[in-house]
Design a protein around this ligand. Structure first.
Ligand SMILES: C[S@@+](CC[C@H](N)C(=O)[O-])C[C@H]1O[C@@H](n2cnc3c(N)ncnc32)[C@H](O)[C@@H]1O
Length: 542
């Protein structure tokens, strides 16, 4: 979870906002707040009835604060330059900020005028929430030829076991199965509720004949145990979860199952390393594990490498980390919820904690989802290469988490490790930046400052930068040469007919194209920056 937003309601109807001291990006966020003229503690006076103008101003201040407090690592890194002109960092951040504000506005208040003000503020926040639309706000294209029989049986089984749902399962063009709102869902409505008893977790291993053997294996994790349990349970005709296992694909199409042609297509990409490393790790784990399972409890025909890879893909693409009332975080398979697809513009972002009162897991929507629209979940703030490797798809739209990490040798300078320094640097498509002016170029400020420092310039003001334009040139040429090499490694764009290629080659080609687009934007920004700096070197500003 990102930092918390504290709103304390006092007798005089002040909302007190505070950036928590234990926020992992406290200093960076403090700086971002100060750029907006805000401190780490702010008070909003809401006494009496507010005019529309004052209400808008109050909401704007709340939002500015809420956005910054709710920024995640990547968003903090790209900072102020990553805002749209309307001040939005990302759909995820906007939804988080708005729902935080809403959840923290007190529901009761002593004086009627205050009740009215708070109600007006709540209505204004809700209206903003409905304005946060995603690119996928369109009627889901249902594939009618697919009858969803197994899926309907699972939903019926779920309902018999206490599952409550406002979603219908259908085959959706481009998504496999997905969940469609069967009625208009507004902020806070629970789209889906699953009782703990219908969730597959490590508890089932502890109560099985496998546990006495597994517990003796040194260092085995509960994730591995439940994965091994699933591999056998899938074939158990009397399993309580048979309707769930019946809905699972025989083959998962994730990056871990890419064939030779797709792997070859990925030559020169960062994704190639990610997939190869992940697959090697799984193979090593399997080779270590299997000799330890020589017991009739683990029939060898069920514990083949292919079955193990299938189970890993199942867990990578379908499991969720759930916090149980005992405080333990468990990796679970969740029937019915497993039909929810991911989006960068999700409806459901706040889930993952069992509700103690109802002993169930709830999936509330954080932005409206109208009847007939596909209801999306956020699987997490993942890059497209991660989503491709472990889930087998590339998300629609600009993914702000598509970053290219850069490895630098640490500069041997004691001063360099300040509270504002970053230990890792990254770049992403520069079209996502709103600042392409000199000293910014659409490139991230922490990286530029790091490289300036590496060239001996520890600047304190923009004047220092103006006085050292040759350093600026060096910085840009350095980035340009790194990304020129990366572009060359990618080779030329393919001219193959994609429609007739295999699913994995198609995905590999699209992923490569996305990387090419990012690198190309960085190179364009460097060229434009170099030109700009050159002009100022020739004609210095007066
Ligand atoms: C938890 S399941 C969701 C249900 C899945 N579509 C199905 O038919 O079983 C996760 C899988 O759904 C697919 N998926 C999820 N989000 C997607 C998206 N935005 N676009 C395309 N496929 C997606 C991927 O195959 C992923 O591995």
């Amino acid at each position: 979870m990102v930092g918390a937003l504290n709103i304390i309601m006092s007798e005089t109807c002040d909302l007190c906002l505070e950036l928590p001291k234990d926020d992992p990006f406290y200093h960076h966020k403090k700086k971002l707040l100060s750029c907006k003229g805000l401190g780490v503690k702010e008070t909003l006076n809401l006494s009496g009835s507010l005019s529309q103008q004052l209400l808008n101003a109050a909401l704007e201040k709340l939002l500015q604060f809420g956005r910054i407090v709710n920024l995640d690592k990547v968003e903090v890194y790209f900072g102020e330059d990553a805002c749209t002109p309307a001040g939005i960092y990302s759909v995820r951040n906007e939804i988080s900020a708005l729902s935080w504000i809403l959840s923290l506005i007190p529901v009761s208040c002593k004086m009627q005028t205050q009740v009215d003000t708070l109600e007006a503020l709540r209505a204004a926040v809700k209206s903003r929430i409905s304005e946060v639309v995603g690119a996928e706000k369109e009627k889901a294209r249902v594939v009618d030829s697919y009858r969803c029989e197994k899926e309907s049986r699972l939903v019926e089984w779920g309902q018999d076991n206490g599952v409550k749902t406002k979603l219908q399962i259908a085959q959706i063009d481009g998504y496999g199965r997905g969940a469609i709102a069967s009625e208009d869902l507004k902020f806070g409505d629970v789209a889906l509720e699953i009782p703990i008893s219908s969730i597959i977790s490590e508890e089932y291993v502890y109560n099985s004949d496998m546990y006495p053997i597994l517990e003796k294996i040194d260092g085995i994790t509960s994730e591995t145990m439940v994965l091994l349990w699933t591999m056998r349970e899938k074939h158990n005709l009397d399993s309580k979860f048979k309707p769930y296992f019946d809905t699972l694909q025989e083959n998962f199409c994730t990056g871990l199952s890419f064939g030779v042609n797709a792997i070859m297509e990925l030559d020169g990409t960062l994704l190639l390393d990610e997939i190869m490393q992940a697959k090697e790790l799984l193979r090593d784990r399997y080779d270590e594990l299997i000799p330890l399972l020589s017991n009739p409890v683990f029939p060898p025909e069920l514990y083949t490498w292919e079955n193990y890879l299938w189970a890993c893909e199942l867990y990578y693409s379908n499991s969720m980390q759930i916090k149980f009332p005992d405080g333990k975080l468990k990796t679970c398979l969740i029937p019915v919820a497993g039909f929810l697809n991911h989006s960068i513009y999700p409806h459901i972002v706040k889930y993952g904690k069992v509700c103690v009162e109802t002993s169930s897991l709830k999936f509330p929507v954080s932005r409206p989802c109208n009847k007939g629209e596909q209801c999306f979940l956020s699987y997490g703030n993942y890059s497209s290469s991660h989503l491709l490797t472990f889930y087998g798809f590339l998300p629609k739209g600009d993914n702000p988490y598509d970053v290219i990490p850069l490895d630098f040798d640490v500069i041997d300078d004691e001063d360099i490790e300040t509270e504002f320094s970053w230990t890792t640097h990254m770049l992403r498509g520069t079209w996502l930046s709103s600042n392409h002016n000199i000293f910014h170029y659409g490139l991230p400020t922490p990286l530029l400052n790091y490289l300036r420092k590496a060239q001996g310039l520890d600047h304190h003001s923009e004047t220092d930068l103006w006085e050292n334009l040759e350093v600026e040139m060096g910085v840009l040429e350095n980035i340009q040469s790194t990304f020129d090499d990366m572009m060359q490694n990618l080779g030329d764009a393919d001219s193959i007919d994609r429609e007739n290629t295999d699913w994995d080659v198609k995905l590999a080609m699209e992923s490569k194209e996305r990387q090419r687009k990012i690198i190309s934007s960085i190179l364009d920004s460097c060229s434009a920056g170099i030109k700009l700096v050159q002009e100022f070197i020739i004609n210095p500003p007066v």
